[in-house]
Design a protein around this ligand. Structure first.
Ligand code: F6P
Length: 355
């Protein structure tokens, strides 16, 4: 069978492991041939391809990024974009396409599937919030990076009697913040699921310092928002400017600095912010992510040969299964109540979540 593969959206550690698993099982077990489309959907719209064979996937398992490169190209925003995708697939005699990506990438895959292409999805996001699957590869690596940064920030916070704010990724959900915050022993964790009450954050820190702890570590997800009534921006996220991408997403970032300024103003304690940004997405995947990504890749190639088109590989419990791509689109998987309870249990003083 001739199979196309692409990686779309933000990169994340483990993408190469998925590609490698797909290609190795496809060649060794099914006698498949592959074509790689470069830079996400851009490669399909503009017919940019690369050979994908055993040599191409040799040695890529520990490498971050993606050998196919990626972009946030939305074919729907390009002239005849969807038709051009279908034409490219026909030109290369692609019988099935494996689209590895998040909500946006999968949504284009589903549209092409509805237009007659045969598409299988592999879910991917560093934020770990894709609906339809319990866990995304890349998340574990990001949490490890963030945890080690929090550990480092801890020692300097302690040395200087400071409050340190660490801003981590997490556009719509706070999975990275909760996991790395718990693993790193943060004193305050702020996530998009709960509007930030800045007075309460300041009070928590003040009480902690009055108790004799002379420093604090705050972890905040980039997509966290201030409670509407306290916020001059009326509940909007803090953005870097620079417009939106082709799927309409703004560029988040900066909440850490805003928070640090406000904490210092309200408490009088010296406060600094650290923004981890893309450091969390780069570099070699953890062993856990290499194995999970490999399982997703094997799941996807097996789905192609079972004819499960319009479906994506998903982790449910500890099993890789296939679920309709539609399940992943248009909503996020928020931090669940159990993790919120763990977080609440570990933090100094937090308001109960709005239910
Ligand atoms: O969606 C994953 C993500 O890493 C978000 O957490 C972050 O807001 C965004 O991508 C950053 O995107 P870009 O790489 O385009 O700056």
């Amino acid at each position: 069978m001739k199979i196309g593969v692409l990686t779309g959206g933000g990169d994340c550690p483990g993408l190469n492991a998925v590609i490698r698993a797909v290609v190795r099982k496809g060649i060794f077990h099914y006698d498949d041939k592959f074509v790689g489309f470069l830079e996400g959907w851009r490669g399909v719209v503009e017919d940019k391809t690369v050979t994908l064979d055993l040599e191409a996937v040799g040695g890529i398992l520990p490498r971050g990024g993606t050998i196919l490169r990626t972009s946030r190209t939305n074919p729907g925003k390009h002239e005849r974009g969807m038709e051009r995708c279908l034409e490219t697939l026909r030109r290369h005699e692609v019988e099935a396409l494996i689209a590895i990506g998040g909500d946006d990438t999968i949504s284009i895959g589903l549209k092409l599937q509805q237009l007659g292409a045969k598409v299988v999805g592999v879910p991917k996001t560093i934020d770990n919030d894709l609906a339809g699957t319990d866990y995304c590869f890349g998340f574990d690596t990001a949490v490890n990076v963030a945890t080690s940064a929090i550990d480092r920030v801890h020692t300097t916070a302690e040395a200087h009697n400071r409050v340190m704010v660490v801003e981590v990724m997490g556009r719509d959900s706070g999975w990275i913040a909760v996991y790395s915050g718990l693993a790193g022993g943060a004193d305050v964790i702020l996530i998009p699921e709960r509007p930030i009450d800045i007075e309460e954050v300041a009070e928590t820190i003040r009480e902690r310092h009055e108790r004799g702890r002379y420093f604090s570590v705050v972890v905040v997800a980039e997509g966290a928002k201030f409670a509407r009534d306290l916020d001059p921006q009326q509940g909007a996220p803090v953005v870097r400017g620079g417009g939106t991408d082709e799927f309409g997403h703004v560029r988040l970032g900066g909440i850490g600095n805003v928070l640090a300024r406000e904490i210092e103003r309200l408490t009088g304690y010296e406060t600094r912010a650290v923004v981890l940004g893309h450091i969390q997405r780069g570099g070699s995947p953890s062993s856990f992510d290499r194995v999970l990504a490999t399982r997703y890749g094997i799941g996807a190639i097996d789905m192609v040969h079972r004819g499960e088109f319009g479906f994506m590989a998903a982790l449910r419990g500890n099993k890789i299964i296939s679920v309709p791509m539609a399940e992943a689109i248009g909503r996020n998987r928020k931090v669940d109540q159990e993790m919120l309870d763990v977080m609440t249990g570990m933090l100094d003083r937090v308001k109960e979540p709005a239910r």
